[in-house]
Ligand binder design. Structure first.
Ligand code: CAA
Length: 700
């Protein structure tokens, strides 16, 4: 339909004509981010349209799979003069005297939606999505979004969109007036037709000329109250509320100028660096050297799960949620019935909250086949063992599975600590064996540690990565060692936490020191939740293996009183009906008696010391893991800690947090508190580098 113009063009934006309409097509794969070259191309297009009387209107469209997915996040740290001029482009659009139409497919996110709101009109295919996700990167819409979105959709909806960062569908956006026309069929043809209809309509309905509907004081007060819960300790959400309030209170230009200043403040914060680091680290973690798009994968059409306990049931739900039938095996009918009823109850609770219909519940339950016969797993494409942590039991199961599973089936263990090579060695097909370590509650936590054993085949690894995506998990590949990445680090962290109490701190102060860093649970709140008997058993086992005396720390003594944590209504803490931890005087006395018996004079430990010792114990173990090649990248460790352990994303994960503190300072503090810094950490500190630089230099 359109004829490309043969004159020389900036390569990221192509100009073409359809009669009296000039079409500007942005081509910056893969997501048409607003990189250097895009503003130059758009401005040149607008100049051409202004200079040519035969052009009545302009259509801006994205080439490839999407409209503009936002500012180019990779350019955020460039000096301002080298950054792509998104704001200048939008100013030019706003002042433009002919109609401009944004034609949206795929996603118009962040700067993409801001660009579209700078146009006179917006049209979209019904399946498109639009949103302002900047809060997820620790910034705010910095190219007019905070000023224009409230003017279109009203204060409350705009706040909801900007504070959640979640996109809405074009169909909803059209009801809100954010999209002027939905176009079924050929988007470009529809957009050109719309532009032609509007070519002579004057005055141009600029968003910047409007006022903000529904801007009552209570809307902003409610938003401020809400972010205390949803975004505790974060900078950009409160700046967003301030700016949305300004949109209603001051002339457009004043709000637009204020937005630029606040954007820079948020962008230059460690929180934004942390969140941007995680954005890229999560995407990097999906890249495995040697595994390419051409690595063959197998199709997973059915799954078998051994063990219907908390883990097995949670794992099963992941598969049922995406329509994969599951056969679940137990040894006793009672355990099987219990497992099934827990799964049903979980789904029914979700339905009660209105997040699922009862038909959905039944549809999922219908995909689940309970059995006491492991032989029923013979046709499963993947089998995941989720029984308790005991090597002999696991070896027995894998020996039997070897005789049952069809050739090519993936045999996975959900072990959280055990040697997957040893488990694989009992089968005749170690290439089919892999560790798939889910995190409790397995139907909720997003992390999946994918444990690549020595002989795991590329196909099994690539299939497991694809499976993680399909069941909506973030899969991170790790190597075999005791505890892999996450639990190995958490064991070291637990040791340090107990040591801090031994030296004089109260457990609640140690937990508070990690809450202050933004973790929802400190080390003792976490162990009470997981069950104190688990850590106790691991410590006893490790001492036995190492030929050391039976561990007798203060926490072991608590466990030996029968208090195992939340499951026994009390552990280190007591719990009320809302599961709030309450310090227990008897346990405090037990700790004091323990210190007295060991001749320890308690000393005052500041919150700062506690936070540093705990956070840096994670980092130090992480550095060892990295050097041993158990994790491929420091970024992978950060992704594991954010999705598996609740480390706040705005800190960027423990390794990024350490880099922000300066690795030299981390090393000095470790030494000050009597920990030996890992050789890699010391080396990077001496070279003045960060973990991100280490990853970049390794090309991973
Ligand atoms: N800038 C730079 N690179 C980006 C990018 C962006 N805004 N968005 C995506 N990419 C890159 C990804 O890093 C990835 O690169 P690799 O292939 O090298 O790993 C590639 O594009 C494809 O991305 P995904 O793997 O995420 O692809 P997807 O199809 O699963 O998702 C998407 C596409 C929904 C657009 C998703 O990438 C996304 O959510 N992107 C971020 C959108 C965003 O946050 N925009 C706001 C930016 S901030 C802003 O605009 C500030 C402002 O107000 C001025």
């Amino acid at each position: 339909m359109s004829t490309p113009d043969s004159s020389s063009q900036p390569s990221l934006v192509q100009q073409s004509r359809d009669g009296d309409i000039l079409i500007l097509t942005i081509n910056n794969p893969p997501v048409n981010a607003f990189s250097v070259g895009v503003p130059e191309g758009l401005k040149a297009g607008l100049d051409a349209a202004a200079a040519d009387d035969s052009v009545k209107a302009v259509v801006i469209i994205g080439g490839g799979r999407t409209f503009v997915a936002g500012a180019d996040i990779r350019t955020f740290d460039l000096p301002r003069e080298q950054s792509p001029d998104l704001r200048g482009t939008i100013e030019k659009l706003d002042a433009f005297t002919k109609p401009t139409v944004a034609a949206i497919h795929g996603t118009a996110l962040g700067g993409g939606l801001e660009l579209a709101m700078g146009c006179t009109y917006r049209v979209a295919v019904p399946g498109a999505q639009v949103g302002l996700p900047e809060v997820k990167l620790g910034v705010l819409p910095g190219a007019g979004g905070t000023q224009r979105l409230p003017r279109v959709v009203g204060a409350a909806k705009a706040l909801d969109m900007m504070l959640s960062g979640n996109p809405i569908r074009a169909t909803e956006a059209s009801q809100l007036g954010l999209i002027d026309r939905l176009i079924d069929g050929d988007l470009l043809a529809g957009a050109v037709e719309f532009a032609r209809e509007m070519a002579d309509a004057r005055p141009l309905p600029r968003i910047s000329d409007r006022s903000v509907p529904g801007a009552t004081p209570d809307v902003f007060a409610a938003a401020r109250q809400g972010i205390k819960k949803t975004h505790r300790g974060q900078l950009s959400p409160s700046l967003i509320v301030d700016l949305a309030e300004m949109a209603a209170a001051v002339p457009f230009q004043e709000g637009w100028d204020a937005e630029a200043t606040k954007f820079m403040e948020a962008k230059d914060s460690p929180q934004s660096r942390g969140l941007r680091h995680i954005f890229f680290a999560e995407r990097e973690s999906a890249k495995i050297p040697g595994i390419t798009k051409d690595t063959p994968t197998t199709e997973i059409r059915s799954a078998g799960i051994i063990g219907a306990g908390t883990m097995g049931g949670g794992i099963a739900m992941n598969f049922l949620n995406v329509g994969i039938p599951v056969t679940i095996v137990e040894t006793q009918q009672e355990a099987l019935d219990r497992g099934l009823s827990v799964i049903r109850r979980n789904y029914e609770n979700t339905a009660r909250k209105g997040r699922m219909s009862m038909e959905d519940v039944e549809a999922r339950m219908a995909l689940l086949t309970p059995t006491l016969d492991m032989g029923d797993l013979k046709d499963a494409d993947i089998i995941i063992e989720a029984v308790f942590e005991n090597m002999d039991v696991k070896k027995d199961i894998f020996t039997r599975l070897d005789g049952i599973a069809k050739p090519g089936a993936i045999l996975a263990s959900n072990t959280s600590t055990l040697d997957v090579n040893e488990i694989a060695s009992v089968t005749s097909r170690p290439e089919s064996v892999i560790g798939l370590h889910f995190f409790s509650p397995a139907n909720v936590m997003k992390l999946l540690e994918i444990v690549r054993a020595e002989k795991t085949s590329d196909t099994v690894l690539a299939t497991s990565m694809a499976l993680a995506r399909r069941i909506k998990k973030v899969g991170v590949v790790v190597g075999v060692c005791d505890g892999f990445v996450g639990n190995r680090m958490v064991h070291r962290y637990g040791d340090e936490a107990r040591q801090i109490v031994e030296e004089g701190a109260k457990p609640e102060d140690v937990d508070a020191s990690m809450n202050a860093l933004g973790l929802p649970m400190g080390p003792f709140q976490m162990s009470d939740m997981a069950g104190l008997d688990i850590g106790h058993a691991i410590r006893q086992h490790q001492a036995k293996v190492a030929g050391q005396p039976r561990p007798d720390g203060w926490l072991d003594r608590i466990v030996e009183t029968g208090r195992k944590g939340q499951k026994t209504q009390g552990g280190i803490y007591d719990y009320d009906e809302t599961r709030r931890p309450i310090p227990n005087a008897d346990m405090q006395k037990l700790i004091e008696d323990y210190r007295a018996e060991k001749g320890i004079t308690p000393r005052e430990i500041t919150q700062e010391e506690s936070t540093k010792r705990l956070a840096y114990s994670l980092v130090n173990e992480g550095a060892k893991i990295l050097e041993e090649g158990i994790a491929q990248r420091a970024g992978d460790i950060d992704v594991i800690y954010i999705y598996g352990y609740g480390f706040p994303a705005y800190r960027g994960g423990p390794m990024q947090y350490a880099s922000e503190q300066g690795l030299k300072n981390v090393v000095a503090d470790l030494e000050k508190y009597g920990q030996t810094p890992a050789p890699l950490l010391k080396r990077l500190a001496e070279e003045g580098k960060t973990f991100a630089q280490y990853d970049a230099e390794k090309g991973r």
